[in-house]
Design a binder for this molecule. Structure first.
Ligand SMILES: Nc1ncnc2c1ncn2[C@@H]1O[C@H](COP(=O)(O)OP(=O)(O)O)[C@@H](O)[C@H]1O
Ligand SMILES: [Mg+2]
Length: 335
């Protein structure tokens, strides 16, 4: 199946683009999203989960972190850059602020503010930055559960980061699981005392906080099921024709296998064109073609390997993105 078929397929829902930094993830994701919005009748959301955002730059517009923006000049394309720290704050507020989380823990954290993050992180053996990202990802998944985009394209962070992101539903799920269990245990212990002093409003807040944690957990579980369903989800690996990128791809692939995320396409980007009349370019190209043979040997049985040339200028705005889509999506050979 070519990327064109994948994007047009009515069952496809999530397409994730990932790989090393600078290889062309954002450009590949953005050109695919634009192609799908212009050539299918799907409504398309492109989400950047890379903290080093460049999605706005690629599309040629200003994106406000955490806000879905309709992309001007298109009928059905929407873009979103997620800011983990902002999403974390919002999730915290939704759960009733630090107080809500405190209540979810069954009390006993009165007066704690920032160190809260560390304590929660420890619950699932996560470092606080992990907790931060988990909440951001969880919030996106919850949002997606309740939104109506036909196709959601993820422009993910460089490999290491992405792999952590993929493990977050599990971490968050178990983290929330522990939170709730702990709450129930502590709640039983402390309930008798607390109820003597509690005002009725406190009880409502507590119920709200627990309900919102439960809802988040349900969304994450539903999204995880979808992320692992080959009919609904596909991970596209973006790479360049170099040894380092091959090692990185191997690592990414084994992680995808262990998280059971289906993957079917590899984009080999930035191949020096044959037409260039310079010895430097010719030797770069020769070196790339050698690696291309190796890449095809390794992956062509299991993946659709897509080849994209290096263009004379950076990929920005619609004309360039459409040009790139001819190779990434429509299958024009770029070697
Ligand atoms: N095939 C290509 N030809 C020319 N420039 C490219 C190509 N692919 C990507 N670029 C440029 O390289 C830079 C990095 O690409 P980007 O898509 O942002 O990578 P990533 O998201 O993987 O970091 C950008 O300036 C982009 O415009
Ligand atoms: Mg990027």
């Amino acid at each position: 199946m070519t990327l064109k078929d994948l994007l047009s397929n009515p069952d496809s829902h999530f397409i994730l683009f990932g790989g090393k930094g600078g290889v062309g993830k954002t450009s590949s994701a953005a050109c695919s999203a634009l192609w799908a919005a212009e050539n299918t009748d799907k409504s398309v959301l492109i989400v950047s989960t890379d903290p080093a955002h460049s999605l706005g730059d690629s599309l040629g517009l200003q994106l406000e972190p955490g806000t879905v923006t309709p992309v001007p000049g298109t009928a059905k394309l929407f873009a979103l850059e997620i800011s983990p720290s902002k999403a974390f704050k919002e999730a915290q507020e939704k759960m009733g602020g630090a107080g809500g989380l405190d209540m979810a823990m069954g009390g006993g954290m009165e007066g704690m503010n920032v160190p809260l993050l560390g304590d929660l992180g420890d619950l699932a053996g996560m470092s606080p930055p992990g907790a931060d990202e988990a909440m951001a990802f969880g919030t996106v998944l919850e949002f997606l559960e309740n939104s109506e985009y036909d196709l959601v394209i993820f422009d993910t962070a460089p490999t290491g980061h992405t792999l952590r992101l993929l493990s977050l539903p599990e971490l968050l799920s178990s983290w929330i699981g522990k939170l709730i269990t702990l709450r129930l245990k502590l709640g039983k212990l402390m309930g008798a005392f607390k109820n003597m002093f509690k005002r009725s409003k406190d009880k409502d807040d507590e119920a709200d906080a627990l309900e919102s944690i439960e809802r988040l957990k349900k969304s994450i579980e539903a999204a995880k099921g979808e992320l692992q369903d080959p009919a609904r989800t596909s991970f596209v690996i973006v790479m360049i024709a170099e040894d380092m990128a091959i090692y990185e791809t191997e690592r990414l692939l084994s992680a995808l296998i262990s998280y059971q995320i289906p993957s079917s396409h590899i984009v080999v980007n930035q191949i020096f064109p044959e037409s260039l009349d310079c010895s430097f370019c010719k030797s770069r190209r020769e070196f790339q073609l050698k690696h291309l043979v190796e890449i095809e040997d390794l992956y062509k049985d299991d993946f659709d390997v897509v080849k994209v040339p290096l263009f004379e200028k950076e990929i920005r705005k619609f004309d360039q993105l459409r040009r790139m889509a001819r190779y990434v999506v429509e299958g024009e050979g770029g070697e």
